[in-house]
Design a protein around this ligand. Sequence first.
Ligand SMILES: [Fe+2]
Ligand SMILES: [Fe+2]
Length: 138
Amino acid sequence: MKRFDWLESFELRVPEIDGDHRAMLELMKATRAAAAAGNRTKVEHFLDRLFALTQNHFMREETLLLRWGYPDAKTHAMYHQRLLDRAKAVRRACGKIESQEAFEECCEEMMTFLVDDVVRGDLKMKSFLQSNDLTLPD
Ligand SMILES: [Fe+2]
Ligand SMILES: [Fe+2]
């Protein structure tokens, strides 16, 4: 699946945010590689790091959005919280799964929630960022 590869279209040209997004995708790819190799201990380790990284990213992003006066900052923070809540619930469920195949599917599901911020959620603020000179010049 190509979903965790970095695409030009994900780039907001806001270095404080893009750097985190790239790191999140890298960890997702590492998680998937460990899952494909059948290394469950490693997968669980990566999933936990990914969750922590995403949680920190959301906090950093919310702080920036408030500072920059993004009008939908509050809605966006609520969206982040929903993603974290869902990912956490799925993460808990994954830990209890025994079959390898079902475990892999569970991991994919958890990552689907976390990647949503990069591939969908944050793209909504692109035009705000651009029109407020918060993006790097082309
Ligand atoms: Fe983000
Ligand atoms: Fe976000």
